[in-house]
Design a protein around this ligand. Structure first.
Ligand SMILES: C[S@@+](CC[C@H](N)C(=O)[O-])C[C@H]1O[C@@H](n2cnc3c(N)ncnc32)[C@H](O)[C@@H]1O
Length: 276
């Protein structure tokens, strides 16, 4: 396991796709800290700790998001989908997409994509020589580059339905023509029957809970872009939103045993699955 307590170990690893700067907080490592992971540095833990002071339920919100990820993957496998493109996949944590998918679909194939070198490095470590899963270092706003990566071409058959996952990532991507055209490109790249799963932070219902955390992220170099319900809905243009639509994360097809959150806390992130 990569030891992020010793920055030199990581930055000299030949597989590292880019330099890891332990002094600059990263969204991936802050999220890992919320989950109680060990792939984070003091700078990440400081932001995570301050965020939890501002909104003590953040670790629960993050766990509810991971539960949505599991449900979205199972929803896809229930519909016969056995290929996944996980954009903004993060640092591996309990219940990674390939693990959840293979619990019912042993031949599931997964390509993970992340812009953060720590996520890519540890992701590759976790996968080892898994022939049916890979981690690609890249920006989801560059679908042309990503879909042409050898790992994507080898593992994903775009003539059959796939699930594109954008779980807790788009709120780190500001509005731009590049983002708009990327959303169109992913939709056009996949065949009917494919899924698009999104979860996303929103400040619309309870700005008093979200605004201070947004300010914190923005001040620490990891811009956070909460969006209103109608803005997140736009990401599903051209997809049919499966029931129950775009709803607070814990309310999207809750499963037995999943965490329940107070309504106000649940309202700070939205989740939905679109079907092409
Ligand atoms: C909060 S984590 C979510 C991880 C995982 N999807 C989950 O829900 O548990 C967000 C991830 O998105 C990644 N990310 C942010 N912007 C990205 C981009 N433009 N392209 C690819 N990944 C991105 C970050 O590096 C981080 O690992």
């Amino acid at each position: 396991m990569a030891n992020l307590g010793k920055p030199g170990v990581v930055s000299t690893t030949p597989d590292a796709p880019a330099t890891i700067d332990p002094n600059r907080p990263s969204a991936a490592r802050i999220y890992d800290a919320f989950l109680g992971g060990t792939h984070n540095f003091a700078a990440d833990r400081a932001v995570a700790a301050r965020a939890v002071e501002l909104l003590p339920e953040i670790p629960l919100i993050v766990r509810a998001n991971r539960a949505f990820l599991r449900r979205a993957v199972r929803y896809a496998t229930d519909h016969g989908i056995c290929q996944f493109l996980d954009l903004g996949s993060g640092i591996p944590a309990e219940g990674n997409v390939h693990e959840v998918a293979r619990s019912t679909t042993p031949d599931a194939r997964v390509v993970y994509v992340d812009i953060d070198p720590t996520a890519v490095l540890y992701g590759r470590h976790v996968l080892g020589d898994d022939p049916h899963a890979a981690v690609v270092h890249g920006d989801l706003q560059q679908p042309g580059v990503l879909l042409d990566e050898p790992e994507v071409r080898d593992l994903l058959d775009l003539s059959r339905p796939i699930a594109v996952l954008m779980i807790a990532v788009l709120h780190f991507v500001p509005d731009s023509p590049a983002l708009d055209s990327a959303m169109v490109a992913y939709r056009e790249a996949v065949v009917p029957g494919s899924h698009l799963a999104i979860s996303h932070v929103t400040a619309e219902a309870r700005p008093e809970l979200v605004d201070s955390v947004t300010d914190l992220y923005n001040r620490t170099g990891t811009p956070l872009v909460p969006r209103a319900h109608r803005q997140v809905t736009r990401f599903f243009d051209g997809w049919r939103l499966a029931a129950p639509g775009l709803v607070p994360v814990p309310e999207w097809r809750p499963a037995a045993g999943d965490l329940r959150l107070p309504e106000a806390i649940a309202s700070v992130s939205l989740a939905g699955v679109g079907v092409k």
